[in-house]
Design a protein around this ligand. Structure first.
Ligand SMILES: [Fe+2]
Length: 338
């Protein structure tokens, strides 16, 4: 039986168990030219191998010396670039409390020892299929992020703008009690909000002069172009409204749809405030940076004028005045928001 039949790529699998006979059994089942198998005899070794080789699947015995399976799982799931690696806990324990402990540590699946080979194979195949899909989505996201940062890199004065927006919009979203999925969308939206500028000619994008009415109508298309670029990724459902709506204004005078008030998605209102703040604080070819005090005053004025969500603007001003944002926010290089 070849577990990897039907897959069009190779996999790295890590198995950890302190009993050599258990590792030998796993080795027999997973034997395939499509599989690189890493073996660990204790929890610490398993953690080290996982961090070094980034396997596609981790099979963990629970009771191991040094670190037990729960601890290894917990540490992997708490490591940003390892948290999507599926982890299976293999255990002789049948107690419900142990299973709950495994779930809390982030385990994706469980197998009881002694395990049934057919069941083991089916679970491994199922998790590898899931890992393959996750990898493809991650790759697509990486490409989009690279494109967005490529847009930013066209203008040296905007370097760092997107990553700051990603961080600071999350900082503004957190105290509002947004769900994790919305915070994730804000993080992605910070990077991707202006990706539609890929469709704006450089002569307009990098113009040192104020834009003409015609140029502005082209520039405004970036919200719609960006939405179209990211639309094929289903996991970006909550990011699309941020991209489309980050230039709407509270009083309906924004674009592309002239939405008013709470018609504008909250996440888009959040990103917009941080975007404007970043732009005003920064130097541009045609203007020096404003002081933080002057920027906050202008934000306050724009909210009073009806352009921005007043409560949200106040919340943001509070965060800045109480130094809840990183210092680097107050020492930004140039950036642009249009
Ligand atoms: Fe924009």
């Amino acid at each position: 039986m070849d577990i990897f039949r039907g897959f069009d790529r190779n996999f790295t699998i890590l198995a950890a168990d302190d009993l050599p006979e258990n590792l030998a059994l796993i080795q027999d089942i997973l034997e395939s030219p499509r599989c690189r198998l890493l073996l660990a005899r204790n929890g610490q070794e398993a953690l080290d191998l996982a961090l070094q080789y980034h396997p596609d699947l981790v099979l963990l015995d629970v009771m191991m010396p040094e670190l037990d399976g729960y601890q290894v799982c917990h540490q992997l799931k708490g490591t940003r670039d390892k948290q999507l690696i599926p982890v299976v806990m293999i255990t002789a324990l049948t107690d419900l409390g142990d299973k709950i402990r495994g779930i809390e540590a982030g385990a994706d699946d469980f197998l009881n020892k002694p395990f049934n080979v057919a069941e083991f194979a089916a679970r491994v195949r199922s998790l590898l299929r899931l890992k393959q899909i996750t990898d493809e989505l991650e790759n697509a996201e990486t490409v989009l992020f690279s494109l967005a940062l490529g847009v930013e890199a066209k203008d040296p004065s905007t370097i760092g703008h997107c990553e700051r927006l990603a961080r600071y919009s999350v900082k503004l979203g957190e105290p509002l009690g947004l769900e994790a999925s919305a915070l994730k969308a804000l993080q992605r939206g910070g990077i991707l909000h202006d990706i539609g500028k890929l469709g704006v000619p450089d002569a307009i994008l990098l113009s040192p002069r104020p834009l003409s009415r015609e140029d502005w109508s082209v520039m405004r298309q970036h919200t719609l172009i960006g939405e179209r670029i990211c639309q094929p990724l289903r996991s970006f459902g909550q990011v699309l409204p941020i991209i489309r709506c980050h230039h709407e204004r509270w009083d309906g005078s924004g674009y592309p749809d002239g939405l008013r008030g709470e018609e504008i998605p909250l996440t888009a209102r959040i990103l917009q405030i941080v975007d404007v703040f970043d732009a005003l604080c920064s130097q541009r070819p045609y203007k020096p940076p404003l002081s933080v005090g002057a920027v906050l005053q202008q934000l306050h004025e724009e909210a009073r004028r009806g352009w921005r969500d007043r409560e949200l603007t106040q919340e943001f001003i509070w965060l800045v005045e109480n130094q809840q944002l990183e210092e680097s926010l107050l020492q930004m290089p140039a950036s642009a928001a249009c």
